[in-house]
Design a protein around this ligand. Structure first.
Ligand code: SF4
Ligand code: SF4
Length: 106
């Protein structure tokens, strides 16, 4: 005798966002094996990493930074490691080679 499976009308609806913004509760960094690290001295503040990151985890801050050679910037880019998956797209796209992927240590 085979078990009776529920029909499609009995299944609960899927792919529904019941609480907008709730994904912030799910920290998605667990599967990261490589971690991107931004070298603030090399970064030219072009914003491409911010644009390309599929997780939106690169943060643009109104935080001034002056390089050792005296170049002044009004913005700083940092990474929210709670949500970064370590995909490496930011490092691949950075025109200044300012992002290095290093081994994750936990
Ligand atoms: S490694 Fe991937 S997820 Fe992490 S900051 Fe770079 S582009 Fe975003
Ligand atoms: S892509 Fe590279 S140079 Fe551009 S803002 Fe990001 S880290 Fe800086």
């Amino acid at each position: 005798m085979t078990a009776q499976l529920p029909g499609w009308k009995s299944l609960p609806p899927g792919a529904v966002i019941t609480r907008p913004g709730s994904t912030v509760e799910y920290k998605t960094h667990d599967w990261r094996t490589l971690r991107p690290v931004i070298d603030q001295e090399r970064c030219i503040r072009c914003r491409l990493c911010w644009l390309y990151c599929p997780e939106g985890t690169i943060i643009e801050l109104d935080k001034p930074y002056t390089t050792k050679t005296g170049r002044k910037y009004t913005r700083t880019y940092e990474i929210n490691y709670d949500y970064c998956k370590g995909c490496g797209i930011c490092a691949q796209e950075c025109p200044a080679k300012a992002i290095k992927m290093v081994e994750e240590v936990r």
